[in-house]
Design a protein around this ligand. Sequence first.
Ligand code: MOS
Length: 759
Amino acid sequence: MNQAAPAPKENMGNPVPRIDARLKVTGQAGYPADLATANVAYGVLATSTIAKGSISALRLERARAVPGVLDIVSVGDMDEVDKPEFGNAGASSIAPLHDKTIFHDGQIIALVVAETFEAAAEAAMLIRADYAQETPSASFDSRGTRIEPAAGKSPMYKENLKAGDFDAAYAAAAVKIDQKYSTPTQHHNPIELFSTTAWWQGDQLTVHEPSQNVTGWKTELARQLKIDPANVRIVSPYIGGAFGSKGPMTARTAIVAVAARRVGRPVRCVVSRMQAYDTQTYRAETRHRIRIGANRDGRITAFGHEGWEVTSRLDPYVVGGTSATSRMYNYGSVLTRVSLVHADRNTPGYMRSPPETPYVYALENAMDEMAVELGMDPVEFRRINEPEKEPIGGKPFSSRSLIKCYDQAAEAFGWSKREAAVGSMRDGDWLVGMGCATAIYPTAAAPCAARVRLTDDGHVRVQSGSHEIGTGVRTVAGQMAAERLGVDIDKVSVEMGDSTLPPAPVSGGSISTASVCSAVLKACDAIREKLFTAAVGEGGPLAGSGNAMLEMEKEAVVTDSGKSARLSDVFNAMQIGALEEYAEFAPKGSSPEALKKLYAGQAEFHGGDQDEDSVKYAYGAELVEVRINSYTREIRVPRIVGAFAAGRIMNTRTARSQLMGGMIWGIGQALHEATEIDRRHARYVNRDLQDYLVPVNADIKQLEVILVPEVDHAVNPAGVKGLGELGNVGTAAAVASAVYHATGRRIRDLPIRIENLIV
Ligand code: MOS
């Protein structure tokens, strides 16, 4: 099974295949809604047909008359429980069924429970509501939106960052650009649909639901239901795509739990893909104004980034990606400002690489425009503006290998063959363009607990309530244990995705590998310590080797002089058959309450721009070739090379896979993805995978990932920088720059489609 290279080279981990790969490809890795549940009843949501107003009457008679209908939970039936909250684990404070107000199109107005899915679906369709309807505000530029400064409205966005005197520096700059960019509404569209299955055994509630945050949900659900969190169990062993969409808990979870209590049996609600557009989170549309001033030699003197984001009426959801863009280059002076635009929409949420994806898209486009203004190669322009320290607080970077990434990507891509003049590269009917962009993602970690058990026959069990969202975290956590305890990965089992396991933070912000591996490392080291002490102690198999350096290899404890003792002999000397250790990891700088908060499901993030000693980011350079048909304007991306540096790479196979998937998604953001909104009704129009475009195999040609070696011990004990979200940051800007290089057309609003290139 393990075809890995014997020794890790240059901080690169073994490319062990995912330990759950066989289960995944043989269909045995069931998603939460696939898990067998005896006597289950089926729930189907009914949703509002207006975006703003209130329900004046709800007519349920025809629905109730459908044979097999057991119950309908609707407005007023949630009075006994508390409203959902926006914030830590909750997606939104919009509380459907608590009051009659409608805040967005597709808001839940009832849950029908029936003996069969078909009966529930039929009944849900027969529910009619009378509304007092008001004109909704759909998005930017709609009448009736409320605009407010984002700073201080959310822990995610505390302040508008500044450095130096932007106005003066920009006014004095020899070369300037001032441009606007935008990104569209996007929906995650995971292949696994959203679902909740809930049942009660006495006062014990069990919920099967795909989740990136089982501990947070346990706490939040218990709060809403006014019960002890100890009585709530969230189970989510395998997930079919999350990307942030399964991070925050939505209002549905408590509604299904209430329904299950009312009918006295398990209730399963699988949300249709169309309904998920409104009842789950998404990435809201963003707008950006970027101003850059530079000297004629290409050194930037002023950088201004203003962002606008759409959110719901009630919740100040903000991504605010100026934290990364304002630390990207050596700017001299910085001005940032982010504003929220409240509209009659469901509350947005995290979507892969928030907030960098939209904000860096704007920055990197502007960087390309500036390079053109300066008549400079765009890679060279980035090189000239490489900072010694980050511009906002003057802190050092814990490590920063961006230029190495550009060097290696440029070499592999053949960037030197790029002809600078716009429209000068051509291959038959195809216009050829080459573009580049920087990828950046903050490196954070959060407190995490893990339990590790080693038995005398060399089997290891790792337990941590993290979540396998497709990144391979199960595998890398297993690798960490295998490596520290000197056993083969085939002898390691890893349990995750259950709130009864030792708590782990939300699997978001690319923190899982660093956080979980650091906790596993700590538990393993406690086991090693006990084994080493026993091995060299009185009666131990290595008695008398007290000063030797000890290691674990091949199910043995070995000394630096080559003496070794089999694991079973060490256990024998201890007169036990297994060692189990529970470890709690808290990142450097954690508050005294950080661990308590971990158990309450509140992840305290450290790293990124938060730490005193340094700023911590992973970087990459992405180079893209596009070809545009000179007659049809069809846009193709035949080639993309990404070079990434992200500290210690636990597993080169899973890392490559994440980065590759990220870049593919980036191509999708550049050319395909957009949720269209009917502005009259504030309604999403293309609510399925037929009309919501994503790249397919035919869209993706040659794609190369280079893992640039990097050692960074400042980030966390595991030395790991997260890379689950790094790959798609910058890709869309690289594509846009390449399109410009091929055609002379600068498309500043995503996605770039054929119609944008037809004159
Ligand atoms: Mo990721 S969007 O932070 O789950």
